[in-house]
Design a protein around this ligand. Structure first.
Ligand SMILES: Cc1cc2nc3c(=O)[nH]c(=O)nc-3n(C[C@H](O)[C@H](O)[C@H](O)COP(=O)(O)OP(=O)(O)OC[C@H]3O[C@@H](n4cnc5c(N)ncnc54)[C@H](O)[C@@H]3O)c2cc1C
Length: 387
């Protein structure tokens, strides 16, 4: 067993780190990379070929193994680099398209995604279809040569900026099982009949609702085969799973900042780092971060062996989202009454902790709630019967 990275992987890490150091500069203060949206920065990554690190070479990618994708996502997240303008196209829409898209769709979208020209949003969640995605109520019904889309999507990240929506629609309302009547569509967000509304959130991160009112889309909007949308929901997930290593690296950034803060800040005449309770908590977080990192590495390693690690990926998602919550709690305790300040000259660590404390609440829900992930572990990992 070898826990180290190869010389090529280490060289790749250094190349990315150097690029980010030059591009972002020492003053860069991103919070979560998701919050940061920059088409300009995305184009710079595209110029390096890094939007397609793991994509097959026949579609213009670099064809690198999962471990290099892991290295890429660790470095991007550790430096809090902007990723809003490419994350969904790079990790979800693109990989699903090169697996199941038509030749025309591959031609139309893949090169433009790799050039950093297209922003995608992901339209799965609806008012009555969150954890239960199979309950999708947005319909797309054939009328002549076009489909007519009607319905609503909710909590759609980047819908305000996106060029295209990668979305689920119900194309067969009479299917015997509800997940069988769902298709995946790519819809141009400029199509008449689409209205986007911004939702209030607790953090500087915009979520949207999207309304579809008799939106006419061509037949070419259908991804792959009609009524196979449920299957396609999972097709692109392995690229997303590798991203988890990056999430742990993002948490490590905050951890290192609070350790430094505790070592250099006095409270009641003593360094915070001398407090035995704080020391216990920081030591526990160091253990948790290491566990999270190993979880994420194992997922990448399993993917590299050709396995689809359903249960392991769910375990990693649960562990890292709960770790984020513990980290935010401890950081808040260390900062004391300054902790909740998320802006202003007196806010320690540029207000990251006050912001993260709120943002970490949503991690147990976003991207599939932890309860649903536990249900998946019970089925896929333990072989328990479906409820
Ligand atoms: C920051 C953020 C970004 C998001 N971005 C997107 C996006 O880009 N695109 C998109 O489509 N969606 C997005 N979402 C939506 C997200 O995927 C949903 O919030 C999530 O799937 C849960 O659905 P819901 O909110 O409808 O909650 P519900 O499904 O109503 O669940 C509410 C609670 O009930 C629990 N629950 C539900 N069913 C069960 C069950 N069977 N057993 C046990 N417990 C259960 C859940 O765990 C949860 O705690 C985003 C959410 C957030 C917070």
């Amino acid at each position: 067993m070898d826990f180290g990275f190869t010389p090529e992987e280490e060289a790749f890490r250094q190349e990315i780190r150097e690029f980010l150091r030059q591009e972002l500069g020492p003053e860069h203060k991103g919070r979560t990379p998701l919050e940061l949206f920059s088409r300009e920065f995305t184009k710079k990554l595209a110029a390096k070929g890094w939007l397609g690190v793991g994509w097959p070479t026949e579609y213009g990618g670099l064809g690198r193994p999962y471990t290099q994708q892991l290295v890429y996502s660790e470095e991007m997240m550790q430096s809090r680099a902007p990723c809003g303008a490419h994350i969904l196209a790079q990790n979800m829409a693109g990989p699903a398209l090169f697996r199941v898209g038509s030749e025309e769709q591959k031609k139309e979208f893949l090169t433009r995604i790799l050039r950093g020209e297209l922003v995608f949003c992901l339209g799965y969640t609806e008012p009555d279809a969150g954890s239960d995605l199979a309950n999708c109520q947005t319909t797309a019904l054939l009328d002549g040569d076009e489909y007519v889309v009607n319905g609503q999507k909710l909590f759609t990240s980047f819908a305000g900026q996106a060029d295209y929506a990668w979305m689920t629609v119900r194309t067969d309302p009479d299917a015997p099982k509800k997940h069988r009547g769902i298709s995946m569509f790519i819809v141009d967000m400029k199509t008449p009949g689409i209205t986007v509304g911004e939702l209030d959130t607790m953090w500087d991160y915009s979520l949207y609702e999207v309304f579809f009112d008799n939106v006419r889309v061509p037949k070419s909007a259908v991804v792959g085969e009609l009524n196979q949308g449920w299957h396609y929901l999972t097709v692109a997930l392995d690229h997303e799973r590798v991203f988890m290593g990056g999430v742990v690296a993002l948490h490590r950034h905050l951890f290192e900042d609070i350790v430094q803060y505790a070592k250099t800040t006095y409270r009641n005449g003593k360094l915070i780092s001398e407090d035995p309770i704080i020391r216990q908590r920081l030591a526990q977080l160091a253990i948790d971060l290491e566990i999270g990192r190993l979880f994420a590495y194992r997922v990448a390693w399993l993917l590299g062996k050709g396995t689809i690690p359903f249960a392991e990926a769910s375990m990693t998602k649960i562990f890292t989202s709960e770790l984020e919550r513990r980290l935010a709690n401890t950081a808040m305790q260390i900062l004391g009454l300054y902790g909740p300040l998320d802006k202003g000259a007196r806010a320690p660590l540029d207000g990251y902790v006050g912001w993260e404390y709120k943002f970490s609440l949503m991690q147990a829900v976003g991207g599939g709630s932890n309860e649903i992930e536990r249900i998946l572990i019970a089925i896929a990992g333990l072989g328990l019967p479906r409820p």
